[in-house]
Design a protein around this ligand. Structure first.
Ligand code: KIV
Length: 263
């Protein structure tokens, strides 16, 4: 079984493969495919709940999906996102919410967004015995501050802030850091500067691992497609074709046949 120290040890030895999952079947598929980490991401706002941003996701939503995913996964590390406003208001609430997420889902670690400003909060969660994965660069919970989902860290000032954030998170004990939508050179510099693994999404090829959203990777979600997404299948198209055949067969009486019937 994959452990938090095991993930840290992978840095420089083996690339880390992480994918999101939100339900039993997708988590089972991800785990059986050999991913190292299954992330119950708050991206479930878009791909499960049909929302435009992650801001309305609740701790209850994350616990509901986290518990289901944990039930399915036998080998991978399970990390659950802390949703918007479950940690932003201070370390006290953050520890309580992280504790609830771990106790009620059985997950191995939590992930939260933010750099230097959240170092103290992260430190308190880690000191409570809960491993934390950081998340820097494009942090979708700050969409109303950013104004768009464009790449971050392209100017010197912002790049320095992200680098400082990575160092601050490393210092307070995160076991890994997601770098989302940042220039590959910045991701490479951060990866070389910190002792914990970096896991990129839209952060180029020099990070210690990669993460993709399940529905993007399999072509199940086509509302929008960020530049960094590689579709390894076109399951939406395949699903529509299969269900169209089912509809046709029901209407024509071809399905069910005798072999699908009880005597
Ligand atoms: O919520 C999510 O799926 C994420 C990944 C994109 C890293 O945070």
């Amino acid at each position: 079984m994959v452990t938090v120290p095991g993930i840290v040890e992978m840095k420089g030895r083996e690339k880390i493969a992480m994918v999101t999952a939100y339900d039993f079947s997708s988590a089972r598929i991800a785990d059986e495919s050999g991913v190292d980490i299954v992330l119950v991401g708050d991206s479930l706002a878009m791909v499960i709940q049909g929302l435009k941003s992650t801001l309305s996701v609740t701790v209850e939503d994350m616990i509901y999906h986290g518990r289901i995913v944990k039930r399915a996964v036998k080998n991978a590390l399970v990390v659950v996102d802390m949703p918007f406003m479950s940690y932003q208001q201070g370390a006290y609430d953050a520890v309580l919410n992280a504790g609830r997420i771990v106790k009620e889902t059985g997950c191995d670690a939590v992930k939260l967004e933010g750099g230097e400003d959240y170092a103290e909060t992260v430190e308190r969660i880690v000191k409570a015995g809960i491993p934390v994965m950081g998340h820097l660069g494009l942090t979708p919970q700050s969409i109303n501050v950013f104004g768009s989902y464009k790449a971050r860290g392209r100017d010197k000032g912002e790049a320095e802030k992200i680098m400082k954030g990575a160092r601050a998170l490393e210092k307070v004990g995160v076991f890994s850091i997601v770098l989302e939508a940042v220039p590959y050179a910045l991701a490479r510099d951060i990866t070389e500067s910190v002792s914990v693994p970096t896991i990129g999404i839209g952060a180029g090829m020099y990070t210690d691992g990669q993460v993709l959203v399940y529905h993007d990777l399999l072509g199940l979600f086509d509302e929008f497609k960020p530049k960094f997404v590689k579709r390894y299948a076109d399951l939406k198209e395949d699903s529509v074709a299969a269900i169209k055949t089912y509809v046709k067969e029901v209407k024509s009486g071809k399905f069910p046949e005798m072999r699908h019937s009880y005597e």
